[in-house]
Design a protein around this ligand. Sequence first.
Ligand SMILES: Nc1ncnc2c1ncn2[C@@H]1O[C@H](COP(=O)(O)OP(=O)(O)OP(=O)(O)O)[C@@H](O)[C@H]1O
Length: 352
Amino acid sequence: MAENLLEVNNLTTSFKIGGTYFAAVDDVSLTIKPNEVLALVGESGSGKSATAFSIMGLHTKARIEGEVNFLGKDLTKFGPNQFNKIRGGEIAMIFQDPMTALNPLMRIKAQIVETLTIHGKKSKNENEKYAVELLERVGIARAEQVAEAYPHELSGGMRQRVVIAIAIANRPKLLIADEPTTALDVTIQAQILDLIRELQEDLGSGVLLITHDLGVVAEMADRVAVMYAGEIVELAPVREIFKNPKHPYTRSLLTSIPSEEQMGGKLHVIQGVVPALHKLDRTICRFSPRIPWIDASEHEENPELREVEEGHWVRCTCYKNFYLKETNAEDLAELENQELERDAVGGNEDEQ
Ligand SMILES: Nc1ncnc2c1ncn2[C@@H]1O[C@H](COP(=O)(O)OP(=O)(O)OP(=O)(O)O)[C@@H](O)[C@H]1O
């Protein structure tokens, strides 16, 4: 078995809200091997991006605890200069919006050459030639011409291809893709996903893929970590997640997407939202308020993530007797009550 490329141990990332730190990423551990795609899924606010940003050292004001071991080095101990050496080199990132990743004032070729120059020692001529080859590699037609263009002259899909060309320029060992296709047209999404998968296989890179889209997970992932309110609640090979999901949150997520059998049928909608950090009860099963029909005795106090089948990890005992149910008026009233209670004890708004 290959060694882990990335080993995140007990990562806790906290933000200051009204003078107190609250964990947005709470004791998260995960691993990625070379050539493996780990998807991190969950609704908005579950802590996916905060996890990725912590790994990449992009949170300047957060308190970071735990370890992020990348090829044997703990990145949480890295200073800005050390990070600059590996970001765009051994670790690359693809964000949701290509426009924010590209410099609007620089031609495409110059942006690729810049990345190559920071991390390599080749001549300007060689780098310029390689920049065009990279554009061809990511499927851009008339690469010579596109290389001379500015980002605003390209379509969204082309811009994301350019971002991918920049990401792979230095043959990264680890690729972090945060909602890489969310901003694109549906028809383009599949092409971009195929491209990422193909390049990743070519390079043998490990990938941390962040998405709220289970269709993307099914297409891309080898293993899946399901995140809720800062914690991983289920971790398993992709097949297991779709064929044998266990945690109530995973099951709720899966039933809220249209499947072929469900087409024309009724979709289950998970009621409620991920609570704000300062309103979260951290001593209970964090998903329990959203499944009020499950008796409190089914949940653990301070539930732990346990390996319940080989390679299949689940948090809390509530999965054992969980059943899905159409939310009725009584459940909705209960959810609203909880919201009101939380608002009554709530603190200040988030500080950036
Ligand atoms: N800089 C920050 N300061 C304060 N709170 C923050 C900060 N960044 C994120 N948070 C909070 O941390 C929690 C997790 O946010 P995060 O963006 O990681 O979620 P996410 O799962 O990536 O959601 P999305 O898909 O919407 O990006 C949220 O409650 C969010 O409000």
